[in-house]
Each structure stands twice: as structure tokens, then as C-alpha cells.
Ligand binder design. Structure first.
Ligand SMILES: Nc1ncnc2c1ncn2[C@@H]1O[C@H](COP(=O)(O)OP(=O)(O)OP(=O)(O)O)[C@@H](O)[C@H]1O
Ligand SMILES: [Mg+2]
Ligand SMILES: [Zn+2]
Length: 234
């Protein structure tokens, strides 16, 4: 539980807050500013590098009262609800526990209803590679010709398990690990905020520590968590 709270509290709220995803951000922004809004996006990359955060930011960009050409304002109902995860028009589905063809059929039925309050009805499907083959097949036609107000954002850590038929119908973005320098900067910025627990002084996080954590295949999500619980850097 504490894990989720941490992830939510530190979740980047604007594209500018995302570390190491400059290419993804620039491409997405350009496309949207020139009116090219895709009906399906596919975000792939290692664990905890900002895929879900980006999906929510994109949902805000698309549904913000002053969007989609401008950056999300952060104050309108859409921005606030989406940040909290309580918008009825932004539906987050865990692909790992909704893998069957029946789960997808339910989505297919739901998309026929227009959004409740905002411009777009956005489905964020996490760990999409976990869907069964029949579930993917059931999804294909909907992605191909969705109602104009429906947008899918798929996220996966295992892009090679996503069928080519799905990939080819999505605008794909590959997320990568930020550099050690970028992670260090982020940690430095958050250090004061992370002064939690019994420690009086926030810890010094050295390049070596970060490299070590990256080697262990941890990324920001985990690094921030470890620091919150006061890992001992010896
Ligand atoms: N690129 C990033 N820039 C800044 N913070 C990040 C970044 N990536 C991850 N984080 C931190 O990690 C938390 C979790 O990130 P997020 O859920 O977006 O990652 P993810 O790629 O969806 O992970 P997973 O593969 O486990 O679903 C965020 O709330 C944030 O604190
Ligand atoms: Mg995620
Ligand atoms: Zn807004």
C-alpha cells in the first residue's frame, strides 16, 4: 500500500517533469500540437521509467479544458480528476488481471458510450502483453476503427510479447532509462522532500549507488522507494 502511495505522490504531473524521456515527450508534443492525435498509443520500456505517468499526462493533455494544443493547466476538473485517478473518462485497466476475451468484450461494449464529461474517453491498459491471443484479436477491430472519442494507451515492459498486428496499429514510443546524471539530479531535487523517518540529514546519493541500483535493474520507482525507507548507503 505504501508503495502505491509513494508512486502516486512522486508521480510526474507534466511532461517536463519526466526524466530521460525527452525524445518521447518532444515527439508526442509535436504531434499533438499539429493536430495529429492517434487512436492508439503503445508505450514500452523498462519497469518504472514513466510509462503510466506519461499515459496519465497524455490523458490530461487531451482532456484539459485548455488542451490539447497547450500544456495541461493542472487546475481544471479534468486535470485534477485525472491526477487523482478518479476520472470516469480515463479508465485504467491492469492487463495482467484482465486477460480474457470477455474482459476485452466488455471494453468493446463500453466504448460505444461517449465520454461522460470530457472530450475523450481514454483507456490506459497496463502490462498489455499479458492479454491472451483471443483477447488481442478481439481488440484489433476496435483499435482499427474506434469511435472518434476513444483513445487507447497501452503500456508494456515486454514489447516483444505484443503481437505485430497490434503494434502496427499503434503509435509506438520506446521509453528508456534516464542517465545516471539525470537520476542524480532528480534525487537531488527531491532530497529535501525525501527527508523522511528518523534521519536528520538526507543522504548523499553517489553516482556509484545509482549505477549499482541500475545494475540491479531498478529504476526510479524503486530507487525512490528505497530511499524513502532509508536504505543504508555504506
Ligand atoms: N521518467 C521519470 N521521471 C521522473 N520520475 C519517474 C520517471 N519514471 C518513473 N518515475 C517515478 O516512478 C514512479 C512510477 O513511475 P510509473 O508508474 O510512471 O512507471 P512505469 O513505467 O509505468 O512502471 P511499471 O513498468 O512498473 O508500470 C513515478 O511516480 C515517479 O515517482
Ligand atoms: Mg506502469
Ligand atoms: Zn486542465
Amino acid at each position: 500500500m505504501a508503495y502505491e502511495v509513494t508512486a502516486t505522490r512522486r508521480r510526474p504531473q507534466r511532461f517536463e517533469d519526466l526524466v530521460g524521456q525527452e525524445f518521447v515527450v518532444a515527439t508526442l508534443k509535436n504531434a499533438i500540437q499539429s493536430g495529429k492525435i492517434a487512436h492508439a498509443y503503445l508505450f514500452s520500456g523498462p519497469r518504472g521509467c514513466g510509462k503510466t505517468s506519461s499515459a496519465r499526462i497524455l490523458a490530461k493533455v487531451l482532456n484539459c479544458e485548455s488542451g490539447p494544443e497547450k500544456a495541461p493547466c493542472g487546475h481544471c476538473n479534468a486535470c485534477i480528476e485525472i491526477a487523482k485517478g478518479s476520472s470516469m473518462d480515463v479508465i485504467e485497466i491492469d492487463g495482467a488481471s484482465n486477460t480474457s476475451v470477455n474482459d476485452v468484450r466488455q471494453i468493446k461494449d463500453e466504448v460505444l458510450f461517449p465520454p461522460n464529461a470530457y472530450k475523450y474517453k481514454i483507456y490506459i491498459i497496463d502490462e498489455v502483453h499479458m492479454l491472451s491471443t483471443s483477447a488481442f484479436n478481439a481488440l484489433l477491430k476496435t483499435i482499427e476503427e474506434p469511435p472518434p472519442y476513444v483513445i487507447f494507451i497501452f503500456a508494456t515492459t515486454e514489447i516483444h510479447k505484443v503481437p505485430a498486428t497490434i503494434k502496427s496499429r499503434c503509435q509506438q514510443f520506446n521509453f528508456r532509462l534516464g542517465s545516471v546524471e539525470q537520476i542524480k539530479d532528480l534525487l537531488a531535487k527531491q532530497k529535501m522532500k525525501l527527508c523522511i523517518g528518523l534521519q536528520k540529514n538526507p543522504q548523499e546519493v553517489s553516482e556509484m549507488h545509482i549505477l549499482f541500483l541500475i545494475k540491479l535493474q531498478l529504476f526510479l520507482k524503486d530507487i525512490l522507494l528505497l530511499i524513502k525507507f532509508g536504505i543504508n548507503w555504506v
